[in-house]
Design a protein around this ligand. Sequence first.
Ligand code: NAG
Ligand code: NAG
Length: 188
Amino acid sequence: MAVLRMPWIGLALLGVLGVLQTQAQVSVQPDFQEDKFLGRWFTAGLASNASWFREKKAMLSMCKSVVAPTAGGLNLTSTFLRKNQCETRTMLLQPVGSPGHYSYRSPHWGSTYSVSVVETDYQEYALLYSEGAKGPGQDFRMATLYSRTQTPRAELREKFVTFCKDQGFTEDTIVFLPQTDKCTKEQA
Ligand SMILES: *[C@@H]1O[C@H](CO)[C@@H](O)[C@H](O)[C@H]1NC(C)=O
Ligand SMILES: *[C@@H]1O[C@H](CO)[C@@H](O)[C@H](O)[C@H]1NC(C)=O
């Protein structure tokens, strides 16, 4: 009897482990091609359950990010408006695991975040999911809509809302950032 019961238990355990694993690691764009993901993106939409985000989300506007290759990873440099001035921030993303998964360590907070390109067509949009992995920001979760233009199509906005809900974000935590000329213009 024990012999017969064993495979069943084994499969049940595998099932449970499978569920745990998919929760720990978010899916990525199949056959992710990093070279096609490079270049300029606009942060058109965001969702996060962080308390600072709930407070600040109405004040945010679209920012420009440029993704470039750098030694061993990606250099993601964002330009945004803060206190009427353009500021830039650089995040260095290190690849971890399968292509499309990255890790980012905040030098300021000493926290580590995981960043995944969940879906992209490279030419129009990318859906990103990030979450705290270690350190102070551990319960931080964020979904991002990257758009190649400042005017994402309505279908793309809907796609992002669906994506956010699939990731467990409620409607009130999703925001589409208003377009702005400040700090997003192309620079030589
Ligand atoms: C955000 O969501 C995560 C996962 O559901 C949770 O652990 C965390 O406490 C939430 N944070 C806030 C500020 O609600
Ligand atoms: C990242 O890119 C920015 C903007 O091009 C550049 O100023 C910075 O030096 C780069 N940093 C690294 C480590 O590559």
